[in-house]
Ligand binder design. Structure first.
Ligand code: NAP
Length: 280
């Protein structure tokens, strides 16, 4: 029997607990989201993050710059936010316009305020097997979801399709530290389905409909990170849910699987950074 993993329910459960914790704080954490340009998808993501923070009682601010802002002004702003003691967490919404060097911008965020866990220092901790200030949100959300459904990764073969810095790469390290055997595939992988078929757990983070029924073995756990709109404007994932679902033991839906867990992790990370500033 297939279990459909409910990311919304787990998000609600985690955020209810977080709200009770936040209600007891006299001073609340502050999350600042920096958005450059007016990419419609980014605007929706940023507004959803603010709405969620507001509902929990986390102070939040969106700083929206026009698309033609210079890298220098952006870096100056990040420097100001780093030095502002009232700011707990900084998030720069990606993607950035082409004329801005993404690495320079992320690298400018203080690791102690890096709520996405994307700075070279935090990723360096992760790859060295040490604990970063916080773990990147989507990989963290995926591990929370696996945990909720008592899916132990130790000794399992986990195949990740996608090697981005925000999903595939950090996730591979987090799984390795939990003693999974990890294979990462990407657009140059030959005969992708030969590899995915060997997975006990398959995690797809591509952004295209790519995983079909013949890509998995019976009873595989399938985590679908991908989100895109199909030709009819419907939100879809990488996995053909209808044909793949019945062959799996556990599967995440899109929407309602990994997406809600990413935003929950962002809120958890904001509070973790806040607690760490007091612990230091
Ligand atoms: P990305 O940076 O574009 O990376 C996509 C990855 O997919 C790349 O590693 C690429 O390989 C690989 N790929 C592309 N075509 C492939 C193919 N035919 N076969 C195998 N691999 C292929 O994307 P991302 O930022 O990681 O996001 C991936 C997807 O997840 C997107 O749909 C995004 O919207 C979604 N996402 C969802 C959440 C959430 O909360 N649910 C969070 C983050 C991202 P190369 O490296 O060789 O180019």
């Amino acid at each position: 029997m297939t279990v459909v993993m409910d990311g919304k329910a787990l998000r609600d459960k985690l955020l209810e607990k977080l709200k009770l914790k936040l209600d007891k704080f006299e001073v609340k954490p502050t999350l600042v989201v920096v958005l450059v340009g007016d990419n419609p998808a980014s605007k929706i993501y940023v507004n959803n993050k603010k709405k969620m923070a507001d509902e929990l009682g986390i102070n939040s601010e969106i700083i929206n710059y026009p698309a033609d802002i210079s890298e220098e002004i952006l870096l100056d702003k990040i420097n100001d936010l780093n030095n502002d003691d009232s700011v707990t967490a900084i998030l720069v919404q990606l993607p950035l316009p082409k004329h801005i060097n993404k690495f320079n911008v992320i690298n400018a965020i203080s690791p102690e305020k890096d709520v996405d866990g994307f700075t070279p220092k935090n990723l360096g901790f992760l790859f060295a097997g040490e604990e970063p200030y916080v773990y990147p949100c989507t990989p963290k959300g995926i591990l929370l979801l696996l945990d909720e459904y008592h899916i132990d990764v130790e000794g399992k073969h986990v195949v990740i399709v996608g090697r981005s810095n925000i999903v595939g790469k950090p996730l591979s390290q987090m799984l390795l530290s939990k003693n999974a055997t990890v294979t990462i595939c990407h657009s140059h992988t030959k005969d992708l389905s030969d590899t995915t078929k060997t997975a006990d757990i398959l995690i797809s983070a591509v952004g295209k409909k790519i995983i079909e029924e013949n890509f998995i073995k019976q009873n595989c756990v399938v985590i679908d990170v991908g989100i895109f709109k199909d030709e009819n404007g419907k939100t879809r994932g990488d996995v053909n849910f209808e044909s793949v679902g019945p062959k799996t033991s556990f599967i995440t839906p899109v929407p309602g699987g990994v997406g809600p867990m990413t935003i929950a992790s962002l809120m958890l990370n904001t509070v973790e950074l806040f607690e760490k500033t007091f612990a230091e």
